[in-house]
Write a protein that binds this ligand. Structure first.
Ligand SMILES: Nc1ncnc2c1ncn2[C@@H]1O[C@H](COP(=O)(O)OP(=O)(O)OP(=O)(O)O)[C@@H](O)[C@H]1O
Ligand SMILES: [Mg+2]
Length: 449
């Protein structure tokens, strides 16, 4: 199994090489990232040890380049004067770990063994199965969605942990299932745990199971989700909502690759692939002290960020079309279509609830619209009014809903046209004077946007 060592310091290269060769690794060392990248175009090592600071070169840039080409290839950063910012940067760019100098060679070896153990498919590329990927259900052609699909394809072939981050309704669960469906674990269970929905006092038992009589109410022995997922995939959803104590226990289970049931003493070992997800920015959660950084490092081997729908509006028409069809099929009604104006309006909308909101809106409109063509008026009537949170438009408050909608619509048009009234007016199909009047009545001041 081949390992690349990249460091400008000769003595560090020599000592890493020696200790790794003693462990029967095949080692190739490089004094520059540039040479390593060249070699990487010819062959693929099992792992790369990469110095953060190498004279003229920035190790983080090199890391970025490696990850661009081979997202699933594990890279361990080593650093002389590591700062937490650097470590965070490295993780963001996809490093699997960050080890500080002076290096404890034992620690380096231990980490390498752990990493290669969790990624057997990466360890031996020849064993990688030919997986035919089925992404039909993930709609979208934007560059962001294409990147997500590529990451799914990379992740599916390995056992590496995946960390999915994205707003509500952006498709995190869909992605987790796609990875599983396209992996070799597909014949085994996919077990989901919504960490936010389980009361604090029950979560440990939920995850790890319990022995009979271990606490009041534990009348029978119970198998936890980790055990249920044996040989399959465990999806830890809303991971940042887990208490710090539970996070510590999960971390320990991941580190030691075994755990005990609540109230039990038997060590249980399972073979589980973990996919974690959150709709909270993990780095913010770490800064706020509600998410363990060490757990994040463990989980974030392959990061997948799901962009909000408003950041990829080019996907909106495809999604609308997809959900018009499925709404028709599921409700036994004809396939409706959107008028040009309605389409534009939906493309302008900010979609705070992302794809889930779009799906619900399309279904509602398909059912409510009397005509085959859904008009601007129908859309205005049924779209969730902006700035109002989750609540529905109360009947009879149509004027307010329309004003709210118009306001958001016009503000977005202005922003898209650099607050240029003439161009925004042209885009909106109004003349300048009318737009000025409208701005006044809706109390929009372009200068404050
Ligand atoms: N790219 C997409 N193509 C087709 N359907 C999608 C896409 N993204 C999301 N969906 C659909 O939108 C709905 C919400 O997706 P999902 O449950 O995966 O989101 P989530 O990120 O897990 O949301 P939450 O944070 O609320 O749990 C689902 O019905 C899903 O099938
Ligand atoms: Mg979800």
């Amino acid at each position: 199994m081949k390992i690349y060592v990249v460091d400008d310091d000769n003595s560090i290269r020599a000592s890493l090489k020696e200790v790794l060769q003693d462990e029967d690794f095949d080692v190739e060392d490089f004094a520059t990232g540039k040479n390593m990248l060249k070699a990487l175009s010819r062959e693929r090592p099992a792992l790369i040890l990469l110095d953060v600071w190498m004279g003229k070169e920035d190790g983080l840039d090199i890391l970025g380049k490696v990850k661009e080409e081979y997202p699933a290839l594990p890279v361990v950063m080593i650093s002389g004067h590591g700062t937490i910012e650097q470590a965070v940067q490295a993780t963001k760019k996809g490093a699997v770990d960050f080890i500080e100098k002076p290096l404890s060679l034992d620690h380096v070896l231990q980490r390498i063994n752990e990493i290669l153990k969790i990624e057997p498919a990466v360890r031996d590329q020849r064993k990688r199965p030919d997986i035919k990927l089925e992404f039909d259900e993930i709609i979208g052609e934007s560059t962001q969605v294409q990147a997500v699909k590529r990451a799914i394809a990379q992740a599916a072939g390995t056992n590496a942990r995946v960390f999915i981050y994205g707003e509500n309704g952006s498709g995190k669960e869909l992605v987790a299932r796609a990875i599983y469906n396209n992996s070799r674990r597909v014949g085994f269970p996919f077990v989901e745990v919504n960490c936010a929905a389980i009361p604090e006092e029950l979560i440990e038992s939920e995850l790890f199971g319990h022995e009979k009589g271990s606490f009041t109410g534990a009348q029978e022995k119970r198998i936890g989700k980790f055990e249920m997922a044996h040989q399959g995939t465990l999806f830890l959803d809303e991971i940042c909502d887990m208490s710090m104590a539970t996070q510590a226990r999960v971390l320990r289970a991941l580190q030691e690759q075994r755990f005990t049931r609540v109230g039990g003493s038997e060590n249980i070992e399972v073979d589980v692939r973990i996919i974690a997800a959150t709709n909270i920015d993990p780095e913010k959660a770490i800064a706020q002290g509600r998410f363990r950084e060490d757990l994040y490092y463990r989980l974030n081997v392959i990061p997948i960020h799901l962009p909000a729908l408003r950041e990829r509006t080019s996907d909106v028409p495809l999604l609308l079309d997809h959900f018009l069809r499925s709404a028709a099929r599921e409700n036994g009604i004809p396939i409706k279509r959107f008028s040009q104006g309605a389409m534009e309006m939906l493309q302008m909308y900010a979609w705070p609830g992302n794809v889930r909101e779009l799906k619900n809106v399309v279904e509602r409109l398909s059912i409510m619209s009397q005509d085959e063509e859904i008009t601007v008026d129908t859309v205005t009537e049924h779209l969730r009014p902006p700035n109002r949170g989750q609540e529905q438009t109360p009947i009879g408050d149509l004027k307010k809903a329309r004003d709210d909608f118009e306001r958001t619509y016009i503000i977005q048009a202005l922003k898209q046209h650099d607050k240029n009234i003439t161009r925004a007016a042209k885009f909106l199909g109004m003349d300048r004077t009318n737009l000025h009047r409208k701005l006044k009545s809706l109390e929009i001041d372009p200068d404050t946007l």
